[in-house]
Ligand binder design. Structure first.
Ligand SMILES: Nc1ncnc2c1ncn2[C@@H]1O[C@H](COP(=O)(O)OP(=O)(O)OP(=O)(O)O)[C@@H](O)[C@H]1O
Ligand SMILES: [Mg+2]
Length: 259
């Protein structure tokens, strides 16, 4: 199961990605969490200790290795390169594991593009395939905010998309732009996740305003989420209500995708 988490800036993509990654790991799935935001913060949201974070190198620092393995410089479009480069030693060099979640940072690698058939996407694709061998393995990709990062190549990496929304028309409007793009590139498994919901009225608004994308889960607004960030603790550990919401969304998602 390979999921991209998208949505307007600041809606809670990283918070949801971290909750889902930890929930799946605690349900004994192999989890690969990918931070696709050029200014990464998923490690913090997952509560990775500083010494592990210091060891983490973003994939974008792998230029020489990409050239060595694929036979072409990153950024090359067209020409010849190996589409199934050797990747077995890469996880240890470019990712860290904490509490069952393997984390990988993309850095400035842009996998959206316009359907980039390029050495770096070949490398990433092979790497993900290498790491996610079984049906029940989970890839959670915390995407860059907005719609620009969602290009054709995204479908090579994910098979469903969660769009995080706040109960505001603006965030729903971004969600509808994302839906259109996703549909254009052939991705039709899309769900909304309502976040920072304060009352029933707001939940009803989210559930009724855009019937074309179903709501898969709701996360309540909770001041302890910011507190967790300030204290450097994962929301999963600090806010039981959100951990519960994370498990519920993870279960709903598994149910939908394995249907
Ligand atoms: N349920 C919630 N209740 C209260 N605050 C929340 C909730 N979820 C997220 N936040 C807060 O909203 C802010 C943005 O959250 P987060 O970083 O997860 O969003 P994002 O969509 O990943 O942002 P960006 O677009 O910058 O990557 C953070 O300060 C976070 O603490
Ligand atoms: Mg984020």
């Amino acid at each position: 199961m390979k999921i991209a988490v998208t949505g307007k800036g600041g809606v809670g993509k990283t918070t949801l990605s971290a909750l889902l990654a930890q929930a799946y790991a605690d349900m004994d799935h192999q989890v690969l969490a990918v931070d696709a935001d050029p200014s990464p913060c998923l490690a913090g949201a997952l509560g990775f200790p500083e010494e592990l974070r210091a060891k983490l190198h973003p994939i974008s620092e792998m230029d020489d290795l990409i050239e060595e393995r694929t036979g072409a410089k990153p950024g090359t479009i067209g020409g010849f390169f190996t589409i199934n480069p050797r990747v077995d030693d890469i996880p240890e060099r470019f990712s860290v594991v904490h509490r069952g979640v393997r984390l990988l940072e993309m850095g400035s690698v842009d996998i959206g593009g316009s359907g980039c058939i390029c050495p770096e996407s070949a490398m990433l694709k092979t790497l993900f395939t290498h790491l996610l061998l079984r049906e029940e393995d989970v890839l959670i990709m915390d995407m860059y905010a907005g719609v620009e990062s969602l290009g054709r190549a995204t479908v090579d990496f994910v098979d469903a998309m969660l769009i995080v929304v706040e109960p505001t028309r603006r965030s729903l409007s971004t969600a509808m732009q994302i839906k259109k793009l996703a549909n254009d590139i052939g991705l039709s498994r899309l769900w909304l996740i309502g976040n920072k919901v304060r009352n029933e009225e707001e939940e009803t608004f989210l559930r009724t305003e855009t019937p074309e994308v179903p709501v898969l889960g709701i996360m309540q607004a909770n001041l302890a989420v910011q507190e967790a960030d300030r204290l450097g603790i994962a929301v999963y550990d600090h806010v039981p209500e959100l951990r519960e919401a994370g498990f519920e969304i993870a279960n709903n998602l598994s149910g939908k995708i394995t249907q």
